[in-house]
Design a binder for this molecule. Structure first.
Ligand SMILES: [Fe+2]
Ligand SMILES: [Fe+2]
Length: 426
């Protein structure tokens, strides 16, 4: 068989659209699975992905990536590298695996929906590669923590978390179900690939990859760098989809989909990335603060992309989103550290004197808002309340036994005859 040059067959095989004659459009692309938002079917045929790859190239590249990253894992798994990692960093990666591993697999369902219900052949072709990517990400991020089980039994939360009712898992499941598994193909391209992947997973993966290398976690660094190379490719399904919506007068749809999912993604990533970067990563290895990272990756680069498409920044940007960069993840840190039995990792308080200085430098006013105040628990644990008992605490508050509150009627309400409910029922 003659070997054809790639250019002679590529466009024919990646992008072969056809008109329907035996079935109706809405039977092939029902709105629940693929909302065309009123664009004529053939308008979608010019959909053009910026990054192009053939199947043989794809397989060759992915094979190489997997061979490299599993080799690193095999070597590190036999070493003492994990045991020597900083405890806060270990918490960051155990939290990451719990929130991310299964949702990566869920993302393969979203990709496969676009692989079937995407509205152009080139798009369905790209989404098929995306499906394979996300299966790889789900597998690799359950395999690596599996290898840690002997050292950290809670690594099994990589698989377990999303199947529980732990509160963070509930929040993650709600977000990912709405965005990945219960969304139509067109909205998925805008919300999952553009808003979530181009915006936020870049943030989590690039930020964590840089920090991983600094703290000496070669295993995790290699893993997420490898994943990021796939994300960079399949996240590009959003751009041509938004372009077509805007060109055909449906800028309102694109804008609303972005506004909606940006806000929800921000809330989850503040929890995951915010705490990891500003509290869990050891101080000496911190590069940028979470806020600096958000400003560079989201406020500048991602916003430029919105604007290139003719979209506006979300309506809540100046009034609600930017101010939250100063306080939202600090408030989460406070709540999660106090309620630490409710999470599957060990929250790192991250407020030793030199860490407080760093926080004050990166977030002027941090000390007054989050480090200034001694509440009753702080004083109790800090030894200011003596003896450290209930009686000691009441005396410290200035309450003598005669002055302490009692039931106003001395429980008279409890002495009254019980109401006969069976009589009322007749
Ligand atoms: Fe992924
Ligand atoms: Fe992805």
């Amino acid at each position: 068989m003659p070997r054809l040059a790639r250019s002679e067959w590529y466009d024919l095989t990646r992008d072969m659209n056809w008109s329907l004659s035996y079935v109706k459009e809405e039977e092939v692309w029902p709105a629940e699975l693929s909302n065309g938002f009123g664009l004529p079917a053939e308008a979608w045929w010019v959909w053009d992905e910026p990054y192009k790859v053939t199947y043989p190239e794809y397989v060759h590249n992915q094979y190489g990536k997997d061979a490299g990253v599993y080799a690193v894992n095999a070597v590190i798994g036999r070493s003492k590298v994990y045991e020597q990692l900083d405890p806060g960093w270990k918490s960051a990666i155990i939290a990451h695996y719990g929130v991310i591993a299964i949702p990566e697999y869920l993302a393969s369902l979203a990709e496969s929906r676009m692989g079937r219900f995407g509205r152009a052949a080139a798009w369905r072709n790209m989404a098929t590669f995306g499906t394979l990517d996300e299966m790889r990400h789900g597998q690799i991020q359950t395999y690596f923590p599996y290898g840690l089980l002997a050292k950290e039994p809670r690594a099994d939360w990589a698989h377990k978390a999303l199947h529980t009712n732990e509160w963070g898992a509930l929040a993650a499941r709600s977000l990912f179900d709405d965005m990945f598994t219960a969304n139509d193909a067109v909205s998925t391209a805008v919300q999952l690939t553009f808003t979530f992947e181009t915006g936020f997973t870049n943030l989590q993966f690039l930020g964590m990859a840089a920090d991983a290398m600094k703290v000496g976690d070669v295993d995790f660094g290699a893993l997420i760098s490898s994943i990021q190379t796939d994300e960079a490719r399949h996240s590009q399904q959003g751009e041509p989809t938004i372009k077509l919506l805007v060109e055909h007068g449906r800028k309102d749809v694109a804008q609303q989909l972005v506004d909606h999912m940006f806000w929800r993604s921000w809330r989850l990533f503040a929890l995951l990335t915010g705490l990891s970067m500003d509290y869990y990563t050891p101080l000496e290895h911190r590069g940028h603060s979470f806020k600096e990272f958000m400003r560079e990756w989201i406020c500048k680069q991602f916003l430029d992309q919105f604007r290139d498409f003719g979209l506006e920044k979300p309506w809540y940007w100046d009034e609600h989103f930017l101010p939250e960069l100063d306080w939202y993840h600090h408030a989460l840190q406070l709540g999660i550290w106090y309620w630490r039995p409710t999470v599957w990792w060990n929250p790192d308080a991250g407020v030793a004197p030199e860490e407080r200085e760093w926080l004050e430098e990166k977030y002027p006013g941090w000390h007054d808002t989050f480090g200034g105040h001694w509440d009753v628990i702080d004083r109790f644990l800090g030894g200011q309340i003596q003896p450290p008992t209930m009686e000691g605490a009441l005396a410290w508050m200035g309450l003598s036994p005669d002055e302490m509150g009692r039931d106003a009627t001395d429980y008279a309400w409890a002495q009254a005859a019980p109401h006969d409910r069976s009589a009322a029922r007749g």
